[in-house]
Design a protein around this ligand. Structure first.
Ligand code: 5GP
Ligand code: ZN
Length: 116
């Protein structure tokens, strides 16, 4: 995907504060952190969202979750964290390349959602 922001970040065409990479996964600090620890973990290969995944994407989805714990621990959230994957219009997904937010820090991140 030539024109995808997170593809460009994974390729290194746009700079980011990288915290991890392997053949399948790339992770970096969110540019506008919502908590003291706020990482984004993405597949290197373009996947638009959880709404478009296929069976072939299952291994990389597993990798994303598996590295989340390691990255949270290494980056200042050793006592737990939250993973959020916003999906589509209802999920308020702004960047159309699947990404897992890993948020945490020294203090609890608070209730999951405000109840309506
Ligand atoms: P979404 O709302 O799609 O789940 O989250 C997109 C996230 O990407 C936001 O938290 C936003 O701050 C982050 N973001 C957007 N553009 C950039 C960028 O150029 N670099 C980095 N590191 N994060 C970005
Ligand atoms: Zn992309």
């Amino acid at each position: 995907m030539d024109n995808c922001l997170f593809c460009k970040i994974a390729r290194g065409d746009i700079p980011s504060r990288k915290v991890y990479e392997d053949d399948d996964v790339f992770a970096f600090h969110d540019i506008n952190p919502a908590r003291p620890v706020h990482l984004l973990v993405i597949p290197r290969r373009h996947i638009t969202s959880l709404a478009t995944v296929t069976e072939a994407d299952t291994p990389v989805l597993g990798r994303i979750l598996a590295v989340a714990n390691q990255l949270a621990t290494e980056n200042g959230s050793p006592d737990g964290f939250r993973v959020i994957i916003n999906t589509g219009r209802i999920g308020h997904q702004e960047v159309q390349h699947l990404h897992a937010h890993v948020v945490g820090g020294p203090d609890p991140v608070g209730p999951m959602l405000k109840r309506v």
